[in-house]
Design a protein. Structure first.
Lengths: 288, 273
């Protein structure tokens, strides 16, 4: 064996590996840069007052409590509507629906639901919830609008989680005289629930970050207090970030970054929660 | 031949009550015919083995008796299938009620991912009769596990996950799960094919003891097993269009020692299959 040939092959292998590593770093770099930039620039703005007080002077002073609370209300409202509907539709599509043109059309519609631009959901919500149903510009209209958008995700994740439950469990349950519904209720759903919950948490974190849809259905620029009922207008972190960054002259830079940091923490913590749930379930499955 | 006389004795013990019967049964999956014109009577409190080469429709035939084929889109059954003289495909028959009487054990042990106790309690809990009384439920669990010859091995770990049991224990747990709903018939679809010889022997002994009180129908591709445990044996085969037909049916002793059909003889002597 000639040493020269080997080193040539090793050289090309090293080159390939280096390229792969560089490409990976380039992918990760922007994410890291964004996170670091936001933490470094926004950390100064974070204080107890910033997190617990209402804004004053068009957001230049005071805090962002109404926006934080508004975002949590939105997430809650979204998931209260989107999770049950998504799970029920997921059960129907996996356990009951026959494979015919109607079911295939529904599945196609759900896939396409995920691809509709978010501002279109906003206009839909304006037309249907705000005007047609007279819910007005409100937390309720915004939650329903975001729920429509989140449905694509909750239906899809529920369906996948239910499909992942082995057929053998269903057969074993039916074979002892359980009905199909009992089988779903007592065997399939408990098994599928970690997957369903993961999807729900991700749908919430996405709802927390949406700006365009809520713009037209009830998000307010500035409110002195917290919403008192579902029919009140509300502040939300992403929309607040947009207004303070684009519409308020003389806004202190650190305040803008501070809002971004709080939003990032909310969204990332929900994503991490979803990952933890998924990993813990996987661990439990393999260890048993 | 020692085995031969044993079989004959066993044959003499079969009572003449017919528990299950089929008359001219055809089974279709869409346009594909899986079974053709199968007629046989299955005796009560005995073990009937269904043998035959892979793909001949043994499992499909077994699943006719608890209407498990109902779950498959496009599956269609023709002919008469009776349990105690009642047509189980009649409109008035609820498949769920039927499956309480006709339990099933599967090829791969399929304990649910819950505790040993909850596995056995699963059926009784679904039938509200025992829904609320824990003492009653505990009695059922203990009785079922005893019947399945598993009690001594698991009595101290009823709260542990059923998935921590060995394969043979898991299969006996699945049998206990079926016994807990007090069925009359137990269908077994190759119950030992995923088990080692020792675990297989245990299940076979268990089947013999259960046959005193239950009607057992077992599908097996293991002919020694059929010869060892069954009282009656049915030999199924595929015809050219891949539809399964009944070639020969009779007491196990006769089918294995003096087959009437050349194809049965070829199969049991290992010439094909």
């Amino acid at each position: 064996m000639r040493a020269g040939a080997v080193s040539k092959r090793q050289l090309s292998q090293r080159t390939a590996f280096s390229l792969l590593i560089v490409a990976t770093i380039i992918v990760v770099l922007p994410v890291l840069a964004i996170v670091i930039q936001i933490i470094v620039s926004g950390a100064d703005a974070i204080s107890w007052e910033f997190l617990t007080q209402a804004p004053s002077q068009a957001g230049k002073a005071g805090g962002i409590l109404p926006a934080i609370v508004g975002t949590f209300y939105l997430m809650l409202g979204t998931i209260i509507v989107a999770l049950p509907l998504g799970v029920l539709a997921g059960i129907y599509l996996t356990e009951y629906a026959r494979d015919n043109w109607f079911t295939r059309a529904i599945n196609l519609a759900i896939v396409n639901l995920a691809g509709v631009p978010s501002i279109v959901y906003g206009l839909f919500g304006l037309g249907v919830f705000v005007l047609l149903f007279h819910f007005g510009m409100s937390l309720l209209s915004a939650s329903l609008t975001l729920a429509c958008q989140a449905l694509a995700m909750t239906v899809t994740t529920s369906r996948e989680a239910i499909l992942a439950v082995p057929k053998e469990y269903r057969e074993g349950s039916l074979a002892v005289g359980a009905t199909r519904w009992q089988t779903i209720r007592h065997l399939v759903l408990p098994q599928a629930s970690p997957g369903i919950i993961t999807g729900a948490v991700l749908a919430m974190s996405r709802a927390a970050g949406e700006t365009a849809p809520i713009l037209v259905v009830g998000a307010a620029f500035l409110l002195p207090g917290l919403p008192q009922s579902p029919f009140d207008q509300f502040m939300a972190l992403p929309y607040h970030l947009y207004t303070v960054a684009a519409h308020v002259p003389g806004m202190p830079k650190s305040t803008m970054w501070g809002v971004a940091l709080v939003l990032l923490v909310v969204v990332l913590s929900f994503n991490i929660l979803a990952t933890v749930i998924r990993l813990r379930t996987r661990q439990r499955r393999y260890s048993s | 031949m020692k085995m031969n006389s044993e079989l004959l004795n066993r044959n003499a013990a079969i009572n003449n009550n017919v528990k299950l019967s089929t008359e001219g049964v055809n089974l279709y999956y869409g346009s594909f015919q899986a079974l053709r014109n199968i007629t046989l009577d299955i005796p009560e409190c005995a073990i009937t083995a269904i043998i035959g080469p892979s793909g001949c429709g043994k499992s499909s035939f077994l699943r006719i008796f608890n209407r498990m084929n109902d779950l498959i889109t496009g599956a269609r059954v023709e002919g008469e299938i009776e349990l105690d003289g009642i047509n189980i495909y009649d409109r008035s028959i609820d498949a769920v009620e039927l499956r309480k009487k006709v339990g099933m054990v599967f090829q791969k042990p399929n304990p649910f991912p819950m505790s040993v106790f909850e596995n056995v309690a699963f059926g009784p809990r679904r039938h509200e009769r025992h829904g609320h009384n824990l003492g009653e439920l505990e009695d059922i669990i203990e009785r079922s596990l005893h019947q399945a010859a598993l009690w001594d091995e698991v009595k101290d770990k009823l709260g542990q996950s059923a998935l921590s049991l060995s394969g043979g224990q898991q299969q006996r747990l699945c049998i206990a799960r079926v016994l807990a709903v007090e069925p009359e018939v137990i269908l077994m679809d190759e119950p030992c094919s995923a088990l080692d010889p020792v675990a297989t022997l245990k299940i076979e002994e268990l089947m013999r003891s259960l046959a005193e009180n239950y009607t057992i129908v077992i599908v097996t591709h293991n002919m020694q097993q059929a010869a060892r445990v069954s009282d009656m044996a049915a030999f199924l085969m595929m015809e050219e269009d891949r539809a399964g037909v009944l070639v020969e049916y009779g007491p196990t002793s006769e089918l294995f020692t003096n087959p009437k059909d050349k194809r049965t003889e070829d199969y049991i002597t290992g010439r094909f299959g």
